[in-house]
Design a protein around this ligand. Structure first.
Ligand SMILES: [Zn+2]
Length: 311
């Protein structure tokens, strides 16, 4: 049993078939967590879909209408890079509801993870790069609307820049955005985050971890968030088909430990989302996501050991 909750819904799977985005990974990650005895069925919470009101705090009315009525044009669907279906829209509203629930549980328990979400390429008025609805932004806006938090930080270690996040929160002093990504990779252009770490192609574990730590330090010097969303993409992995960095499985585990340790030391609630992952073997992508949950278990254990009664 875990010291925090995992959020998951069977309908997160977008049923994309042979698509490069392995959306069956959500189900496989849940199965691995259960069969390996890391989590029990009681650790999982099932989210409600986000309401349209929740979605509209981030996304434009016209775009939301097109999504719900199936009236996106050909170019708009092409840009999303995932086939349109009513099931896709249901999955996106559920993923946003999942990140809302993960935010709530992080604020209550110190930690949580949505075994889904992290759709950081979605903009207010369009979807792109497999991302339709920006679940993390929807969750942050809802927590702010409910006055559960004043401000938040998004730490994005997906190999691709968090362009949607930067566009949504650019000029908003209440949300600090941090993205560490491969510079020579989608998306182009990259609107500015508060901290953007542009990495050269082929960077390996030791260089990556040193650069990440230096910049996390700068981020926490500059900003003290009430809540952190960790966009824990699995695609900086050296076997990733869409990424050009060279992290090992062990390096990714250390990356997670580093980010989570910053949250622990700053006593800041943290919610995990999975984001991308396109390893040649889907099992590797699942292994990386499960590793993030194991790192959170470790960090949560340290937190309760060092601060009795606190989480
Ligand atoms: Zn990615």
């Amino acid at each position: 049993m875990l010291p925090f909750k995992l959020v998951y819904h069977d309908r997160y799977d977008l049923n994309l078939g042979a698509h490069v985005f392995p959306s069956q990974k959500y189900r496989l990650a849940r199965e691995a967590l259960l069969t390996e005895g890391i989590a029990t069925a009681e650790d999982f919470l099932s989210p409600e879909a986000a309401t349209d009101e929740d979605i509209l705090r981030v996304h434009d009315l016209e775009y939301v209408h097109k999504l719900k009525n199936g009236t996106l044009n050909y170019l708009e669907i092409l840009r999303m890079e995932v086939p349109y279906s009513p099931e896709l829209i249901q999955a996106c509203w559920l993923a946003a509801g999942g990140s809302i629930l993960a935010a709530r549980r992080a604020l209550a328990d110190g930690w949580s993870a949505n075994i889904g979400g992290g759709f950081h390429h979605a903009y207010p008025d369009h979807g792109e790069g497999f991302c339709v609805i920006h679940d993390v932004a929807v969750a942050i806006r809802k927590m702010q609307f409910e006055r559960a938090i004043e401000n938040a930080m998004v730490i994005d270690t997906d190999v691709h820049h968090g362009n949607g996040t930067a566009a949504i929160f650019g000029g908003d002093a209440t949300v600090f955005t941090f993205s560490i990504h491969q510079e020579n990779n989608y998306p182009y252009p990259k609107p500015p985050s508060n901290i953007d770490v542009d990495l050269e192609d082929g960077i390996g574990d030791e260089d990556y971890l040193a650069i990440l730590e230096k910049n996390l330090h700068l981020a926490f010097e500059e900003f003290q968030p009430d809540l952190i969303f960790y966009v824990a993409g699995a695609d900086p992995y050296r076997e990733d088909q869409l990424g050009g960095l060279a992290l090992s499985l062990e390096g990714l585990r250390r990356r997670d430990a580093l980010v989570l340790d910053y949250a622990r030391r700053h006593r800041t609630p943290l919610a995990i989302t999975l984001a991308g992952g396109y390893a040649r073997r889907v099992a590797d992508t699942v292994r990386i996501h499960v590793g993030t949950i194991l790192a959170a278990r470790e960090a949560a254990g340290h937190a309760s050991a060092t601060a009795p009664g606190a989480s």
